[in-house]
Design a protein around this ligand. Structure first.
Ligand code: SF4
Length: 457
């Protein structure tokens, strides 16, 4: 099924917003004449991490245990959810505060918590608004980039019972007030993890709003007593120096900033015997999620996708994403790298179709701070989808016919003449109906290029 496109007004607003972010990125990159060398180094760091993934994970686990962190390996999404739900049951909590985490979206943790009677509260401003509206994230780093100020104001007014405003400063204060109460009364904090450092056994977390710190390190006893970080196994990096380099690449690529506003290094639960002001939770857990990542690692042509540091730069530049928007992918992972991840993680016809929704222009690979060859990964996934029978029969037949036509000029000319004669515009419109509500299907040209060329010659 073709991807739906956004209506014209929203598409223009989205293109403007993404264009501005892309522009800020370009300025931040232009400040660094050595950017290409930095990209190569980032690529090498991620390649080295994946090359000996098990070794780095084992090192991380040992160091984390020495820091007092519990590490749980989750082979599947269900396993990861079960572990977190069990923690919530042991704590006997009715709610949990969350900072932004794509992995928790991937494993549908909120659904699992709700089924267990625990209310998950998203505390990243964008995620908070998306949750109020009941929407999935629209973008890897900007979950509600597609909404107008009026729409955000309406959502807050309807769901929180506050007077309507579309003033961004007032909207932020409303959300801040609502969330502050939740931070101070929650006993379970859930976060993702941008990087796991093998040599220190620590978790690196970046946010631009400080909500990550409220979830993980509020002074006890007000804040969460237990912090659980849920992250993919691929987030491990060998050294703190490596993490520092990737942090620089991430901030410039995602927001055009030199560093994100808050970078938090979590080294374990609060220390009881230091005599300092007690701060942070009593327990820290890390859930290392596989859920299909090892299969990606085993495929030499997909392995690079695991290098992704989720900056979102590839979505901001992608002509397909700009037109279709994040929800069109019908997957928590959207945009060019989201298409690759979705097709790798979920063996469904819908996920397998996503790598086909690309012009393969390669703009995504050009901006990727870790130099992932994204469009070639998509090309490879098209190949895999075809071989696994994930491409609908009518499409395979259509391509076969097209190929025969392309290989035989006389056949092609006869076929296109017949199409013009036998397929009236109304029939073509009917065949293209999923596309035509928001696009025009121009009538077939009266003459082919070949005929025009012959006339002119
Ligand atoms: S693939 Fe590259 S550009 Fe896209 S989100 Fe990941 S790191 Fe960023």
């Amino acid at each position: 099924m073709p991807m739906p496109v956004l209506e014209e007004k929203r598409r223009a607003a989205l293109a403007r917003a993404l264009g501005q972010t892309h522009q800020k990125r370009a300025q931040a990159v232009a400040e660094m004449p050595e950017w290409e060398a930095m990209r190569q180094r980032a690529h090498d760091i991620r390649a080295a991490a994946m090359e000996r993934l098990d070794e780095h994970l084992a090192q991380f686990e040992r160091a984390a245990a020495a820091n007092g962190i519990h590490v749980h390996h989750a082979a599947t999404a269900e396993d990861a959810c079960r572990y977190v739900v069990e923690l919530a049951r042991q704590l006997d909590v009715e709610k949990a505060v969350k900072s932004k985490s794509m992995v928790t979206e991937e494993i549908h943790l909120n659904r699992a918590l709700e089924a267990a009677g625990v209310r998950p509260i998203e505390t990243d401003l964008g995620e908070f608004i998306a949750q109020l509206k009941g929407d999935p994230p629209f973008h890897l780093t900007a979950p509600v980039v597609h909404l107008t100020r009026d729409e955000v104001g309406q959502a807050l007014a309807e769901k929180l019972g506050v007077p309507f405003t579309n003033d961004p400063a007032k909207l932020t204060m409303i959300a801040r007030e609502a969330l502050r109460r939740e931070f101070l009364s929650a006993r379970l904090g859930i976060s993702g993890g941008n990087f796991l450092v093998a040599e220190t056994g620590g978790i690196v977390l970046v946010t631009n709003e400080g909500n990550g710190r409220m979830v993980t390190t509020l002074p006890n006893p007000q804040g969460p007593r237990v912090h659980v970080a849920i992250t993919g196994i691929e987030k491990v990096v060998p050294t703190l120096r490596d993490a520092a380099h990737l942090l620089r690449m991430l901030a410039r690529s995602s927001a055009g900033a030199r560093l994100t506003a808050y970078t938090t290094f979590i080294q374990g639960p609060r220390k009881r015997a230091t005599g300092e002001e007690p701060s942070g939770p009593d327990e820290v857990h890390v859930v290392l999620v596989d859920n299909g990542r090892r299969a990606m690692l085993a495929d030499a042509k997909l392995r690079e996708a695991l290098f992704c540091i989720r900056c979102g730069a590839c979505s901001n530049i992608c002509p397909v994403y700009r037109r279709a928007g994040g929800h069109a992918y019908r997957s928590v992972y959207n945009g060019p790298i989201g298409a690759v991840w979705s097709a790798a993680l979920w063996d469904t016809e819908q996920a397998a179709a996503l790598p086909f929704a690309s012009s393969l222009c390669g703009a995504c690979a050009d901006v990727c701070p870790v130099k992932i060859d994204i469009h070639h990964a998509m090309l490879w996934q098209r190949n895999l989808a075809t071989r696994r029978g994930r491409v609908p029969a009518w499409q395979r037949l259509a391509w076969r016919l097209w190929r025969v036509g392309m290989e035989h000029a006389a056949l092609y000319r006869t076929g296109s003449r017949l199409a013009r004669l036998l397929a009236p515009q109304s029939l073509l419109n009917a065949m293209a109906r999923p596309w035509t509500p928001k696009r025009d299907l121009p009538p077939l040209a009266a003459k082919t290029f070949h005929e025009l060329w012959k006339e002119e010659a």
